[in-house]
Structure formats: C-alpha cells, structure tokens
Design a protein around this ligand. Structure first.
Ligand code: SAH
Length: 250
C-alpha cells in the first residue's frame, strides 16, 4: 500500500475533527496513570505555582493535574469547544477556581516570560514540532521550572520501511529516545526523566474510537484513515510509542 495516498486524520476539516474528538475523554494517547507517573518527577510545586497545559483538548490530563498538584492551571487549546468542555469538567470536580481554559495558539502561549513553574503538554507538541516547542516554550518557565511533554518516538534504531514511511510522512520529527533527550538538553534544559507510555494508551484510544464509530458512522475516508493508523499500530507496535520527556529549565 502506498502511504502517500492514505489520508491521516489531519487531512479533514477542523470542525469534523473537533466534533469527533469532543466525544472522548482524551484526544490523544495518554492515561491518568502515566500523567501521575510523570508528575512524580516534578519538584517544588506549591499553592502559588502556575502551571500551563498546552494543547489541553477537553482537559482529561488538566483535571488529573489539578486534582494531584497544587497551584493554578491554565489549559490552552485552539478549539473553543474543547475549552468549554474543560470548564464544564473543572466545574464538575469543583476545580473551577484553580483551572482556567483559554482558546489560543500554543505557538504563542498567552503567558508572561519567566512566569510558569510547569509546562505540561500531552500528545500535542507535535503540532508545532518537538524541537521548536521545547525551545520556544522555555522562555515562559521560571529558572528551575519544569516541562513535561509526550511525543511519538521510535523505540529501536532500525524499523521496517512501511512504518518508517508512514511516520516520516505524518511526523518527520519522530526520532529515538536518545536523540530526543539530546534535543531537550540542546534546548537549554536538564533532562530529568523519560519513560515510554504503556501499550494500553493506544489500544484504549483505538477501542474508544471503534465504539464511537460503530454508533456514529463517519465518512468512509475518515474512518479508513483512523483504521489504517490502528492497523499499523497492531503490526508495528514494537517500533514506536509515546514517551514522556520531563526536563528542568536551567
Ligand atoms: N492533551 C490532550 C489533547 C491532545 S490532542 C490529551 O492528551 O488528551 C492535541 C490537541 O492540540 C488538540 O486538542 C488540538 O486542538 C490542540 N492543538 C493543535 N494545534 C494547536 C495549536 N497550535 N495551539 C493550541 N492547541 C493546538
């Protein structure tokens, strides 16, 4: 099969993607246990800490952070509908005083330079690129502040052509953990921890999509794009996965 003719989800219009993903607790691969595991590496947070969650979606991980970390959290996402949902979710947990959502662009985060104790971003930094995000977001952190992001990552040095072609076309910055960690250091951080998220983040994510698609049929090309990505995962999961990268601004 020629990957160049297979659309990915990003080839569809924004409204469709937005309405589709509103139906899920999380819009990318990730789960509460992994968010909490990453949070354990963050030191020094207090009630006065300021945390940003960039590309927060409907706020699955934002709420987890707010429930387990002190301070105030601002979730930023391009889609106002996701921000509305974040506000509703925060209110449902009684967290409306500590969780705020802003519709905005992660390329221009709405924060003062040197004002944040922690920047969080799960399944989202690839929208502007890992290296660009790591470099540009650094200035919003206080000295000693932390960043924690997840990123699609090669797990081995070698890989079959079919999966290499797919991801190199969909996200050319995909790379191995050692290379990503070197990029983190080059961007001006002390790398603190890295871990690979469990396979269940993908299988749960694809299973939720299948349940939804069974009840709410989408255009065939859309469904086919989602299913193709899943087939590739079933076949090649030994070669790639999401990893957390946790680092501290020097
Ligand atoms: N962090 C959430 C959502 C991940 S999906 C989770 O893990 O469940 C990626 C999110 O990034 C989407 O909600 C999308 O709307 C958002 N996004 C994409 N480009 C963006 C940009 N330039 N600025 C802000 N958010 C963006």
């Amino acid at each position: 099969m020629n990957n160049e003719h297979i659309p990915t989800i990003h080839d569809f219009d924004f409204d469709r993607i937005c309405d589709y993903f509103l139906n899920f607790d999380r819009q990318g691969p990730g789960n509460e246990a992994s968010t909490l595991r990453a949070l354990q590496f963050i030191e020094g947070l207090s009630d006065s800490s300021r945390i940003a969650d960039l590309g927060c979606g409907t706020g699955g991980q934002t709420i987890t952070l707010a429930r387990h970390a002190p301070g105030t959290i601002t979730g930023v996402d391009l889609f106002p509908k996701f921000i509305d949902r974040l506000h509703a979710n925060a209110a449902a947990f009684g967290l409306q005083d500590r969780v705020k959502g802003l519709a905005g662009d992660m390329a221009e985060p709405p924060f003062e330079e040197g004002s944040l104790d922690l920047i969080w971003s799960e399944g989202a930094i690839y929208h502007i690129g890992f290296q660009r995000g790591m470099k540009e977001w650094r200035r919003y952190l206080k000295s000693g502040g932390y960043i924690a992001v997840t990123e699609n990552t090669w797990l081995t040095d070698e890989r079959p052509k079919e999966i290499a072609d797919f991801w190199n076309a969909a996200y050319p910055e995909i790379d191995t953990i050692p290379h990503k960690v070197a990029q983190v250091q080059a961007a001006g951080y002390l790398p603190v921890a890295t871990f690979v998220l469990p396979e269940t983040i993908w299988t749960d994510y694809y299973a939720a999509q299948e349940r939804f698609l069974a009840q709410h049929p989408q255009p065939e090309a859309f469904t086919a794009a989602q299913r193709y990505e899943r087939e590739l995962y079933d076949k090649y999961q030994a070669y790639y996965g999401y990893a957390f990268y946790i680092a501290q601004r020097k």
